[in-house]
Design a binder for this molecule. Structure first.
Ligand code: ZN
Ligand code: ZN
Length: 181
């Protein structure tokens, strides 16, 4: 089973990132881990608070969010954590890898290629771009319609790269994306 996001069924799980309890009925992130105690090669999960996981394994959380499809409270906050640059320590959160694909959480993003809005809940492709903050150069995600992405990037292997960056993305979602690219 791939990584998943689900509503916590009890308050017995402990977050693997911050070691605090995960309350019942909040959304939690399950990181798939091979279950060495199961003879049929089944898997079990390491649980994390969604926000903790977002800082630690952003690419995995992103893929799980696409598969989850349900409403996510504090989604804006979560997106901010997902988009945050890596910690200065050099350890901990791996940098989010571009390109990746996700469902648009709002209809406010504009396509880098055609300039029109990307509809809420539709698939969008995120690529790295320079963001002018006024004081220092930074990079952040720029969004594209899947149909515009290949032309904008001139990259025919885009789908393969997205696949490599998002190993947990559901095959159905990938098929939707591949059809539009
Ligand atoms: Zn936590
Ligand atoms: Zn477009």
């Amino acid at each position: 089973m791939p990584d998943l996001i689900e509503e916590s069924k009890s308050n017995r799980a402990t977050c693997r990132t911050c070691k605090q309890k995960i309350d019942k009925a909040v959304l939690r992130f399950g990181e798939e881990t091979p279950n060495t105690f199961s003879s049929d090669g089944g898997s079990s999960y390491f649980w994390h608070h969604l926000a903790c996981a977002a800082g630690k394994v952003p690419a995995k959380v992103r893929a799980a969010m696409v598969n989850f499809g349900g409403p996510i409270p504090d989604r804006e906050k979560l997106e901010a954590i997902l988009a945050a640059p890596p910690r200065a320590s050099g350890k901990g959160a791996p940098r989010a890898a571009y390109p990746y694909a996700e469902r648009a959480s709002t209809s406010r993003s504009k396509c880098l290629h055609c300039g029109s809005a990307i509809e809420k809940d539709s698939m969008r492709v995120a690529v790295e771009r320079e963001v002018d903050t006024g004081s220092f150069a930074a990079t952040g995600p720029g969004y594209l319609h899947p149909g515009c992405a290949a032309e904008y990037t001139g990259d025919e292997g885009l789908i393969e790269k997205i696949k490599a960056n998002m190993p947990a993305l559901a095959p159905e979602e990938l098929a939707v994306l591949a059809a539009q690219l």
